[in-house]
Design a protein around this ligand. Structure first.
Ligand SMILES: [Zn+2]
Length: 76
């Protein structure tokens, strides 16, 4: 993955975190507290999708880590 693609990916993740979750079919959202090694407690959003009998779970990353990553990428 090149830098610009990664910047877009990280930006999108941050934007998703700032927006309310989109209601989707077969999808359940759950907010829980998670702990980042570097930034402490943050609200993690857990998305569970039931698709074709399989459960897919995605968890959001620490927003502070994402912001840092973005500024690092932009400086590179
Ligand atoms: Zn963090």
């Amino acid at each position: 993955m090149n830098y610009s693609t990664e910047i877009i990916t990280v930006r999108q993740k941050l934007a998703d975190l700032n927006a309310p979750p989109k209601p989707l079919e077969h999808t359940v959202y759950e907010e829980r507290e998670a702990i980042c090694d570097r930034h402490g407690v943050f609200k993690q959003r857990c998305r569970r999708m039931a698709l074709h009998g399989k459960g897919i779970e995605t968890k959001t990353e620490c927003p502070a880590c994402l912001s840092e990553k973005l500024s690092q990428l932009q400086q590179a």
